[in-house]
Structure formats: structure tokens, C-alpha cells
Design a protein around this ligand. Structure first.
Ligand code: ZN
Length: 303
């Protein structure tokens, strides 16, 4: 089966990647645009879309929070973001009407989760979690091959993990202090250690708290009963392979033998590194576009 040609947009907080292709083996063009203000950035994206031809759908994976309910008046909008100038910005509808093709729209994390599911580290499972640990911590949950879109996209980056004994550091999240993101994101690590994560030695004591907090997230993810694999990527996870054994060990200890699903064993195959690296997001945008071309499947009737 030939995959359709898709225009994909990964709109990130610092840069926007426009990609024309049908999958990792067929990328025709990639254009990087700095994310500045909405008018400038979206006009530059429109110029790229106007130059491209032959694509059948548009897939957008955007930084959030985003409105992902197709029935909402603000579907396709970035909502109340901390990024200056971008709150309540129409991204999806504006670009889709410019391109005049079907639109697939979701968060950048959901996009990356779908990319890893289609072409990356979760190809052989229908249910998985994708965790990105970088400037923030984002989680994409995929169940039965689809993102778990209900009330909103998952916001599990802000759960409040059980603290390490004796650790009372206040944390770095402006909303919650010592939530997961406030303890284990790149900025949190920098705030705590006084230098960026990539400059920290493997035996720096800060890593123990980071691994502990991320294992608490993995514990929570297991308890949702959804993911058959947890794929972890993002700037903090890339280049720190020593974190993976620590997270796995702490996850097993934290669960205390309670969940005995065969898919959890061995844990080395359960908590794994992302496979697509920086391409998970742009490829995820392509996957969102491919999905926009499918007939709408409903498992229930809305009365
Ligand atoms: Zn928080």
C-alpha cells in the first residue's frame, strides 16, 4: 500500500519543522523556521505550504496546551500557554484552510508518541506511553493505536511524585513547585545542580532524585493499565543512558510486585529509549496527516 504524501508541521516552542513526505523512507523536503511570534511564524509556514504541492493532508503536532476536540469552537488553537504572544492562537484551522486539505491536529507529544508507534520503539505494541523529558515533561498515551483524547491530552508531567526520603527541595514548577516537571525537567535539573544536565557527571547525586521522580511517573503509567511499553526520549534522556537502568530498578521496587502483567517482564524491554530521536515529532506530524484521511471510526453513538 502506498502511503499518501503529507505536509507535516511540528510546531515547537523554539523552532518549527515543516516536512513533506510519507514516512521515514520518503522525506522529500524539510524546512526549519524559528518560532518567534504567531504572525511571523505562521506566515512563514504558509509560504512553505504554498510552495509545496501534491500533499493530500496536513498534520500538525503543536506545543501546547492545545485544543484537540474537533467539536470545540477553538479546535486547533494553542490555548493558555506560557509562551509569550501565543495564547489563544489559531494554528490548525488557519493552516488547514490555507492548505485546503484535511487536517490532523494534536499536541507535539501525542505526535511524537504516534511517530514512535508507527515507525519507532513501539511498532509491535498497540498501547504505549511516550515520555519526553526536556524543557518540560510531556506524556503521550496511545491506546489501541490512537491517542487517548478525552478531556484533554495527558498532563502527567505535573503529577506529584512521592519524594525521596529526606529530600525537601522546593522544585521548579511555577504552578506546583515539586511536581514531576519541577523535579526532573531540564530547567529543574539546572536550577538544582547549578549547571545544565548535559554537564552533570553520572555519579552526581542529583540524578538519583531525577530517576526516582521518573520511576514514579512510570509507576503511575503502569497503574493506568494502558501502556505495554514506556518509550522515553527528549533532551534529558538523550545522552544519559545511565538513567534507564536506574528508572527500571526504581520502578520494579516501587510497584512492589503488585502488577504482574507479563508485558512488564523483563523491565529492560518495558522501559526503553526512543528510536526516532529528533525525528519523532516531524514524523508524528506526518502520521497525524495520514490519520486525517481515514474514515472517521466511532465506537459509540452520540445521542
Ligand atoms: Zn507542575
Amino acid at each position: 500500500m502506498t502511503s499518501p504524501l503529507i505536509a507535516g508541521i511540528e510546531l515547537g516552542g523554539t523552532k518549527c519543522i515543516c516536512i513533506l513526505g510519507s514516512g521515514p523512507d520518503d522525506i522529500r523536503e524539510e524546512v526549519r523556521i524559528p518560532t518567534t511570534n504567531p504572525e511571523e511564524t505562521l506566515a512563514a509556514v504558509e509560504a512553505v505550504l504554498g510552495r509545496w504541492s501534491g500533499y493530500q493532508a496536513l498534520g500538525i503536532a503543536s506545543f501546547g496546551p492545545v485544543s484537540i476536540d474537533p467539536e470545540a469552537a477553538n479546535y486547533g488553537f494553542i490555548t493558555a500557554t506560557t509562551k509569550a504572544g501565543w495564547s489563544n492562537t489559531d494554528v490548525g484551522r488557519r493552516l488547514a484552510s490555507h492548505a485546503d486539505v484535511p487536517l490532523g491536529f494534536n499536541s507535539d507529544v501525542a505526535g511524537a508518541a504516534l511517530g514512535e508507534g508507527r515507525w519507532g520503539a513501539a511498532q509491535d505494541v498497540g498501547d504505549h506511553a511516550y515520555v519526553t523529558v526536556g524543557t518540560g515533561i510531556g506524556i503521550g498515551l496511545v491506546m489501541g493505536g490512537d491517542p487517548t483524547n478525552g478531556l484533554t491530552h495527558p498532563e502527567l508531567g505535573h503529577i506529584r511524585p512521592v519524594r525521596l526520603a529526606g529530600d525537601d527541595w522546593a522544585g521548579a514548577c511555577p504552578f506546583h513547585g515539586a511536581c514531576l516537571e519541577g523535579l526532573a525537567s531540564g530547567p529543574a535539573i539546572k536550577a538544582r545542580a547549578g549547571k545544565p544536565a548535559e554537564q552533570l557527571a553520572e555519579d552526581d547525586p542529583v540524578w538519583d532524585g531525577v530517576a526516582h521522580a521518573l520511576a514514579q511517573l512510570a509507576h503511575t503509567l503502569v497503574l493506568t493499565g494502558i501502556p505495554r511499553r514506556i518509550v522515553m526520549g527528549g533532551g534529558v534522556m538523550t545522552g544519559t543512558p545511565h538513567l534507564f537502568p536506574r528508572i527500571r530498578e526504581k520502578l520494579v521496587a516501587s510497584l512492589g510486585g503488585y502488577v504482574a502483567a507479563p508485558g512488564l517482564d523483563p523491565v529492560e524491554d518495558y522501559v526503553v529509549p526512543a528510536a526516532l530521536g529528533n525525528h519523532a515529532g516531524p514524523l508524528g506530524a506526518i502520521e497525524l496527516g495520514i490519520r486525517a484521511l481515514r474514515p472517521v471510526a466511532t465506537s459509540f453513538t452520540r445521542l
